[in-house]
Design a protein around this ligand. Structure first.
Ligand SMILES: Cc1ncc(C[n+]2csc(CCOP(=O)(O)OP(=O)(O)O)c2C)c(N)n1
Ligand SMILES: CC(=O)[C@@H](O)[C@H](O)COP(=O)(O)O
Ligand SMILES: [Mg+2]
Length: 613
């Protein structure tokens, strides 16, 4: 794909040093090639698209203006890093992205010296870059450090914790705020409105003098500002929120205008102290379907760029996410106390219909997992019935809030935990490998894992009715295809069920592991229990099975350490049956990216490699 004919400039860049040899006048042409290359490649591989298309010029300008990898670029989230991967020696590998053995979908330290910090979760970039900057000055290394964060990423508390610290210690740090007014969905919140006000140019005229005053200390930028009236308006706005936090604020500037970007970054690279450059970009830039619908093109499966993504024909079996979304609407119709909360994952969590139907009971709180949990706790205190829809991996960020604000106060908050277990191409940063371990240890937390779609609906209902904290954790994608009933019926609390009677060994399957357990048990004539509850465990069932079998084997899509099987072990040990159980689950190491099926196989959690005992 990257032949010299199709990509005459790009094909000569195997390293950013080659990029820096180009005259600045060639950079816009390079941007055209790079954008086209990313589009064609992602269309063939699938992956994150719209964010990368929007950061083509910014990526070129950053590598051009800074001496990477000596100077550090720290990308936030990392879903926009495809152009960065292309320019940093991985052009020929981009087509392998997110596939087993191929490039990771996010910056990854093991993969390249240009990937200065491993990411996937948002809003860590300023903290990490600040740490790098502080370490450099401690160790006497002269280098520039740049964090590149989106307006969505900026809605998280951690970003502000880092600004707060950096502004205080007056660290040498450049933050580039890439503002496209989008998170995955439309960006939300008062901060987002504030950024929009900065973009709207309100008060530019009166602020212009202030701008000039500061720009005088930066002759090249001042010169630039004089040349471009449009930019002049936005070059410097005093008394922004960022300035109050101790940053010099520059911008907004057009993030697709390469000459301005390069010049500005070169100038800012010569400055010291905390600086923030506000850059305006368009998510999906240069590919009309993505510009028109950046939500749809945030992450894509393979498609034909000429045609664009085609609507999927409705599937007869819903995904777990869809089961949740439908349940949420049905439950909301029955109970006006229900409130649905998402930390910036409306589409991924299946809440689009709920948000449209019940706008006054729907809250997208931004990328603010911690807050999503505590605001739910507050609602529960007052008699509302909050449902926090959250990915397993992102709930990790709200853990203290789950412990301190929900569990210790026994508040009836329902956690609908999606993407539990291995998620596929996003890889280890997004795997929901730990939730059973980190939730099982909490007092009064009811934890359920459905083995099929209908069980998921009934568990959500059970958890919603439960007078205390409850979690239902379900995997990415589809289940075995069991029909989902309209009726809702609470499951017997803390009870599992025997699904198959066999000999010698009993498999205790939690959630998604029931299907492969049944497959293996059929072949080897073993007993299978669908445990349903991770907490409280069905102690009676477990002890009965232990009496009647030589060995119990627990199966779960969670790390073995501290997981559901651990609860079974603890119970058996209490009854003097400690040796009677083995555990199968995720190992004590990250499972590298691939398809969900490949990752399950790599973890030993498919029916093929199931039988170690
Ligand atoms: C802690 C965390 N929560 C949620 C997500 C899911 N997520 C990935 S990208 C994204 C939106 C980021 O928006 P922004 O930073 O503005 O980048 P853009 O896509 O607009 O370039 C979200 C919510 C995440 N990666 N990490
Ligand atoms: C970068 C990020 O965190 C999200 O875009 C994530 O990749 C979405 O995952 P799903 O595709 O499972 O919704
Ligand atoms: Mg954005």
């Amino acid at each position: 794909m990257s032949d010299a004919h199709e990509y005459p400039l790009l094909s000569g860049i195997d390293d950013p040093s080659h990029l820096r040899e180009l005259p600045a006048s060639r950079l816009p042409a390079l941007a055209v090639e790079l954008r086209q290359f990313v589009l064609q490649s992602v269309a063939q591989s699938g992956g994150h698209l719209a964010a990368g298309l929007g950061t083509v010029e910014l990526t070129i300008a950053l590598h051009y203006a800074f001496d990477t990898p000596h100077d550090r670029l720290v990308w936030d989230v990392g879903h926009q890093c495809y152009p960065h991967k292309v320019l940093t020696g991985r052009r020929r590998l981009l087509s392998t992205i997110r596939q087993r053995g191929g490039l990771a979908g996010f910056p990854k330290r093991e993969e390249s010296e240009y990937d200065t910090f491993g990411v996937g979760h948002s809003s860590t970039s300023i903290s990490a870059a600040l740490g790098m900057s502080l370490a450099a000055s401690l160790l006497g290394v002269k280098r520039r450090t740049v964090a590149i964060i989106g307006d969505g990423g900026m809605t998280a508390g951690e970003a502000f914790e880092a600004l707060n610290h950096a502004g205080d210690v007056k660290a040498d740090l450049l933050v580039v705020l890439n503002d496209n007014e989008m998170s995955i969905s439309e960006n939300v919140g008062a901060l987002s409105s504030y950024l929009t006000r900065l973009l709207s140019g309100r008060g530019y005229a009166s602020l212009r003098d202030g701008g000039k005053r500061v720009l005088r200390h930066m002759p090249p930028i001042h010169e630039l500002a004089r040349r471009a009236e449009e930019h002049m308006k936005g070059m410097l706005v005093p008394s922004t929120l960022f300035e109050e936090l101790g940053f010099e604020y520059y911008g907004p500037i057009d993030g697709h205008d390469l000459p301005t970007l390069v010049k500005t970054l070169q100038n800012l690279g010569q400055q010291h102290g905390p600086r923030l450059l506000h850059v305006v970009t368009r998510k999906g830039k240069g590919y009309k379907p993505a510009e028109d619908n950046p939500i749809r093109y945030h992450g894509v499966s393979t498609f034909d760029p000429k045609q664009g993504l085609v609507s999927k024909t409705a599937s007869s079996t819903p995904s777990y996410t869809e089961v949740f979304g439908q349940w949420l609407c049905d439950m909301a119709a029955q109970d006006r106390r229900l409130v649905g909360i998402t930390p910036a994952m409306r589409e991924g969590s299946g809440m689009v219909k709920f948000a449209e139907t019940y706008p006054s009971r729907y809250y997208d709180v931004g990328i603010a997992e911690q807050h999503s949990v505590t605001v739910a706790a507050g609602m529960a205190c007052e008699g509302a019935k909050p449902v926090v829809a959250i990915y397993s991996t992102f709930l990790q960020r709200g853990y203290d809030q789950v412990v301190h604000d929900v569990a210790l106060q026994k508040l009836p908050v329902l956690f609908a935990i999606d993407r539990a277990g291995l998620v596929g191409p996003d890889g280890p940063t997004h795997a929901g490998s730990y939730d059973l371990s980190y939730l099982r240890c909490l007092p009064d937390m009811a934890i359920m894992a459905p083995a099929d779609e209908n069980e998921c609906r009934q568990m959500l209902y059970t958890g919603f009715l439960h007078d205390g904290p409850a979690a239902v954790r379900y995997p990415r994608g589809k289940g075995p295809g069991v029909p989902v009933t309209n009726e809702m019926e609470a499951l017997p609390f803390g009870k599992g069920e025997i699904r198959r009677e066999g000999k010698r060994l009993a498999l205790l399957a939690f959630g998604s592991m029931l299907a492969p357990a049944l497959e293996v048990a059929e072949k080897l004539d073993m007993t299978v229990a669908n445990m349903r509850f991770v907490k409280p465990l069905d102690e009676e069932l477990i002890l009965d099975l232990a009496q009647r079998h030589e060995l119990l084997v627990t199966l779960e899509e969670n790390v073995v350490a501290g997981g559901a099987g651990g609860g079974v072990s603890e119970l058996l040990a209490e009854h003097g049956l400690a040796g009677k159980v083995r555990h199968i689950g995720l190992p004590d190491c990250p499972i590298e990216h691939g398809s969900r099926e490949e990752m399950l196989a790599d973890a030993g959690l498919d029916a093929e490699v199931y039988w170690p005992v």
